[in-house]
Design a protein around this ligand. Structure first.
Ligand code: GRF
Length: 187
């Protein structure tokens, strides 16, 4: 399966996907970021669909359609969000039904949203982890494909806990995507 990856950040999950041998045909970002550099240094095509507005005038469906257009240009069959920080609208779920995946740095359905690691620490949980799931128009919802827990330590900071979670994501997310793309996991 031809996989398109969406990034906004440092691209360490993307790196793990690349190293696992997944057939990534394009990496799309909503902003200039290290993730695009990771793609370029691995000779993977990149598309910057820059998000210009974070205010009330942001047209989510129009933005999403522009992302979808890029993915379709590369004949993408499976979309993997890897730290993509713009919530996408219906057009991507229409274009890729049940074929948009996400990894989230918490054990869903707890701690949805962009600040999951901070919220987990603030709640004082003793276990956190990551969730790989099929994305739906509802943020951080959708059928769960895999989860793995990590311990939370007394002296954890958001950065230390997030890194512990990402170590798992870098193993679990490629495994799930490979299973799906090799037909072992029916979506
Ligand atoms: C991951 O923890 C992912 O779950 C979250 O953003 C992080 C991306 O990390 N949505 P990186 O930019 O790939 O290092």
């Amino acid at each position: 399966m031809r996989v398109g990856v969406l990034v906004s950040g440092s691209g360490s999950i993307l790196s793990a996907l690349i190293q696992s041998g997944i057939d990534i045909c394009v990496v799309v970002s909503d902003r200039p970021c290290l993730g695009l550099d990771v793609a370029r240094s691995n000779a993977i095509a990149t598309e910057l669909v820059e998000r210009k507005s974070y205010g009330g005038d942001f047209d989510r469906n129009d933005y999403t359609s522009r992302v979808v257009e890029k993915l379709l240009n590369y004949k993408v069959e499976l979309v993997a969000m890897a730290g993509f920080m713009t919530i996408l609208g219906e057009p991507i779920f229409d274009a890729f039904p049940n074929k948009v995946l996400n990894t989230h740095p918490a054990l869903l359905p707890s701690f949805k949203g962009a600040h999951a690691v901070e919220a987990s620490l603030a709640a004082g949980v003793k276990l956190s982890g990551c969730t790989v799931h099929i994305a739906t128009p509802q943020v951080d919802a959708g059928p769960i494909l895999a989860q793995e827990a990590v311990p939370v330590f007394e002296n954890d900071t958001p950065a230390s806990l997030h890194e512990r979670i990402k170590e798992v994501e870098r193993r679990l997310y490629p495994k799930c995507i490979l299973e799906i793309s090799q037909g072992g996991h029916v979506l």
